[in-house]
Design a protein around this ligand. Structure first.
Ligand code: DC
Length: 510
């Protein structure tokens, strides 16, 4: 594709009309640094869409005239950097192009009041309205599939996500973690305006935030007063320093697994922001749903792509059922059952084929637990109070420090009710029976007549959904995906998109 530079709005409209593939859009205000490069190269590596970078210093988002006048402009170099790192086209409009005087079609947008009434919004009146206005205008001209934004401007990212949602725009936001310089300070176009002394101040500030993250990992708390005291002692002028919920930007509560510690400081004429995310434990994804809904296949792929631990809780109920059967234990007898549960250990071990082996008391039962014999008793056994208590505790131990994707029937409702993402996967009974029939893990299912298989699945659905303790049920805050018409990859991508929306990329950085 021929690389192009576009300067006029009519030209960008023509260009857009002639493009049939999807577009990745990377809006910038120029003076590109490694943060922008990371955005452009991430877009290029993500997919084969056309990558469009825009360079436009938006006057509407400046609340201070001298800040606008001093905003560094390096257009020639920006063009070189953009093309060298994967841009296919660059849009460099003038102010008159974006805001033609007397054009009644230009919509001036108000940013979400809740989200802009915190942090930078309190001191930069109108700033986020300006950001929303320009992005809304650009999105309407460019109609991209993906919008690439840096997490460095986290509040801006939240406000734009809200804009996309409320204006019902069909755009996905992809984010990248804050890119930092050698000394730990976040890369910013404004850094070139810093004196040596000012740069030292922001370095101290950023490093104090990073230290707060380390302390949080051990103590699980933030001491805002202490940080402010330390920074003030170093003559750092703090505009704000807040510990908030990362999505609502309301005060953080002890229940929040993820929170944000965000601050702004003044260095001479320049105002600099930085933040870090704090996590009590790594994220958890809960995937629930009936038999044959595609849970296992999807969950395994997600675990691999997101480098999370994979926990198949159904395999634990199956393994226990296998042992009770093998040892001929009358599981209706409470005392006997309690005794046997005391001595049970269930373990998963990777078997090298991207699959896991399941062990119960050192027996490898990976294949046996998929037999029809086990499938026909597992629902009954899994409805027993003592069994559920025992296995739920085991599952919580495995997920104590997070970093896992667990599949089952009660993960979102009972095992990990505070999971960051809960998905309820379903499919029609016909589709689920078809899938079970072609399930390579279960020879019994492959041999069975489709109608018989349907009956068995229906019975298991009934038993799982109607048992007294933690029945199969969609959690109130779970997202339901009916998988009939989607391929496995489509379901996986959907869930990963949802995960990326909820978990800042930055939390993946150790
Ligand atoms: O996902 P699966 O088909 O391997 O699960 C086997 C059975 O285990 C299922 O029919 C009900 C039970 N189960 C449960 O009760 N709770 C879970 N979290 C997972 C499975």
């Amino acid at each position: 594709m021929k690389k192009v530079i576009i300067r006029k709005t009519e030209e960008i409209e023509n260009w857009r009309n002639n493009i049939s593939s999807d577009i990745n859009f990377i809006p910038t205000m120029g003076n590109l640094h490694n943060g922008h490069i990371k955005l452009i190269s991430t877009a290029k590596d993500d997919n084969s869409n056309v990558n469009l970078v825009s360079i436009f210093v938006n006057p509407l988002q400046f609340d201070n005239k001298s800040d606008l006048e001093n905003y560094p402009q390096t257009i020639d170099n920006d063009i070189k950097i953009s093309f060298a790192n994967g841009a296919d086209a660059i849009f460099i409009p003038s102010t008159e192009d974006i805001y033609p005087p007397n054009n009644k079609n230009i919509k001036f947008i108000k940013a979400s009041l809740e989200l802009s009434s915190a942090l930078c919004g309190l001191n930069r009146i109108g700033h986020f309205d300006g950001v929303c206005t320009v992005i809304y205008r650009l999105l309407n001209l460019i109609k991209p599939k993906n919008l690439y934004l840096g997490e460095k401007d986290w509040q801006q990212l939240l406000i734009l996500r809200n804009l996309i949602l409320t204006k019902k725009l069909n755009v996905a936001i992809k984010s990248i973690p804050t890119q930092r310089d050698f000394d730990g300070i976040p890369l910013s176009s404004r850094n070139v305006n810093l004196s040596k002394n000012e740069r030292e101040l922001i370095r101290v500030f950023s490093n104090e935030l990073l230290l707060a993250k380390k302390i949080f990992q051990q103590e699980k708390k933030v001491n805002l007063k202490e940080i402010i005291k330390k920074l003030s002692a170093k003559k750092i002028s703090i505009e704000y320093l807040e510990h908030l919920h990362p999505y609502t930007l309301q005060q953080s509560s002890v229940e929040d697994n993820i929170s944000i510690l965000a601050g702004a400081i003044r260095c001479g004429e320049t105002r600099l922001i930085d933040h870090i995310f704090l996590m009590r434990r790594r994220p958890i994804i809960a995937i629930d749903g009936p038999a044959g809904s595609g849970k296992s296949t999807v969950t395994k792929l997600i675990a691999k792509k997101l480098k999370l631990l994979y926990l198949d809780t159904g395999a634990m109920y199956r393994a226990l059922s296998w042992l009770l059967k093998k040892e001929n234990i009358d599981y209706q007898k409470e005392k006997k059952l309690q005794n046997i549960l005391k001595g049970i250990s269930i373990m998963f071990k990777s078997n090298g084929n991207a699959n896991q082996d399941v062990f119960i008391n050192n027996y490898c039962v990976t294949n046996e637990i998929r037999s029809q014999e086990i499938s026909s008793i597992v629902s009954k056994i899994s409805s027993i109070k003592e069994v559920r208590k025992f296995l739920v505790e085991e599952q919580r131990k495995i997920g104590e420090s997070g970093g896992l994707v667990a599949e089952g029937r009660d993960i979102g409702t009972t095992v990990f009710p505070d999971a960051e993402l809960k998905v309820f996967l379903t499919a029609s009974i016909d589709e689920r029976a078809k899938r079970r029939k072609s399930d390579k893990k279960s020879e019994d299912s492959q041999k069975m007549d489709l109608n018989k298989l349907k009956e068995l699945i229906k019975r298991r659905d009934f038993e799982d959904s109607n048992r007294e303790i933690s029945p199969l049920k969609k959690a109130n805050d779970a997202i339901e995906i009916i998988t009939d018409k989607y391929s496995i990859d489509e379901v996986v991508d959907k869930i990963i998109d949802l995960y990326n929306e909820r978990i800042p990329k930055e939390t993946e950085i150790k």
